[in-house]
Ligand binder design. Structure first.
Ligand SMILES: Cc1ncc(COP(=O)(O)O)c(C=O)c1O
Length: 380
């Protein structure tokens, strides 16, 4: 029996060929390839609106630039989930903010607005949800809380290429939003990659300085200044030329990838709903406002031991399944980074019960049947 792998990075001969031709023709001339990539992205309906994408070396780099652009002062607080990748916390902590961990909702594993409301203080500078697995957080409630408290609404949309909220792309609702093109994501830029959407005119100039060593090189390139100078702390964050070429070619397939991943997501959901009805496991509740991208399909089972046993059962049947984030607040660095709002009981519970099932473009319908039958068999 063949293994059913958890993930396969997305790519094919045609994408490699186009990426290689683009790189060769432009001799790794970043500015030319970046323009092509910008045009490709804005030709996709979901990304045709008003936003400025900055292509970066990783989703982590996009979050770091986002955090640097906020220019935090000592005592400024940033509210994030604890059920996330350390990149979310690292970016804001390193930029000088105090981290406040809020709890999540078990229906979506996304920030719970009620916990965020309790977490807000006079020092809150930003509220930053992730949209777990490409399923939107409750954007309208979180945006309202941000505007009531004079804080920024920012998005860690690392999982979200191709995913939407009320028809608009996730990552474009916040003042800034970060996307990842790591090889584990629906579309990759050949390994590592990311993008920062900047939806505010003033911040656009600041971000373009940060990513070019803190200089006004972009203004120089556009003829707005006669030479470029060092103006603020910055670094070298841009996406390498070949990665941009690979992403440009891959984005041409975004609709097809999103369609198939959604189909797989719904197949899992339909086939496992009986077990949910019997109380053996829980599935994600997708809000009506969400356009999912099928980035992650997960189940929540009834406890950590049960989850680990199910994972081992699938492994014996040559099926790879993975747990996910261990809560950030429950680590010594997490404790020193800031504080928690409340007991974090949903976060603690979800982290011990979650199991992610295989999800990638190489899966065949029979593979989904095999995974679901193996789960059925385990549940008896
Ligand atoms: C929620 C979240 N934020 C940020 C990142 C970092 O993205 P990257 O791996 O592209 O640096 C990840 C990575 O998977 C993530 O899951």
């Amino acid at each position: 029996m063949d293994w059913i792998r958890f993930n396969e990075p997305y790519g094919n001969e045609e994408i490699f060929k186009r990426a290689t031709e683009t790189s060769r023709r432009s001799l790794f001339e970043s500015d030319i390839i970046e323009e092509m990539l910008q045009r490709r992205l804005s030709s996709i309906d979901l990304y045709s609106g008003e936003t400025s994408p900055f292509f970066m070396q990783s989703g982590t780099a996009a979050l770091e630039v986002m955090a640097l652009a906020m220019d935090f002062k000592p005592g400024d607080e940033v509210i994030i989930p604890s059920f996330t990748y350390p990149a979310t916390a690292n970016a804001f902590q390193r930029a000088g903010a105090t981290i406040v961990f809020a709890d999540i909702e078990s229906d979506t594993c996304n920030l719970d607005p009620k916990s965020v409301e309790r977490a807000v203080t006079g020092k809150t500078r930003a509220i930053v949800p992730i949209h777990y697995g490409g399923v939107t957080a409750d954007i309208s409630s979180l945006q309202e809380l941000a505007s009531k408290s004079g804080a920024f609404f920012l998005e860690d949309a690392a999982h979200c290429i191709g995913a939407s909220y009320k028809g608009g792309a996730l990552g474009t609702f916040g003042t800034m939003g970060a996307i990842s093109f790591h090889s584990s994501k629906n579309i990759t830029s050949s390994g590592l990659g990311g993008c920062l959407f900047v939806n505010d005119g003033n911040l656009r100039d600041i971000v373009s300085e940060i990513i070019y060593q803190g200089t006004d090189r972009v203004a120089y390139r556009e003829g707005r200044v006669s030479s470029y100078r060092w103006k603020r702390p910055g670094g070298e964050y841009q996406m390498p030329a070949f990665s941009m070429a690979y992403l440009e070619a891959s984005l041409g397939r975004l609709d097809e990838v999103t369609r198939r991943r959604r189909e797989i997501w719904h197949m899992y959901h339909d086939k496992l709903s009986n077990l949910e009805a019997e109380g053996d496991l829980r599935l994600c509740r997708v809000p009506e406002s969400a356009g999912i991208n099928g980035h992650v399909f997960y189940t929540l089972v009834n406890g950590r031991q049960e989850r680990d046993n199910l994972k081992a059962h699938l492994h014996e049947r040559r099926i790879e399944a993975f747990t996910h984030y261990e809560p950030l607040h429950d680590t010594s660095i997490g404790r020193s980074a800031g504080r928690c709002e409340g007991e974090m009981s949903v976060t603690n519970s979800v982290a011990g019960r979650i199991l992610r099932l295989p999800m990638h473009m190489g899966l065949k319908d029979e593979d989904i049947d095999r995974v679901c039958s193996a789960i059925d068999e385990y549940m008896g």
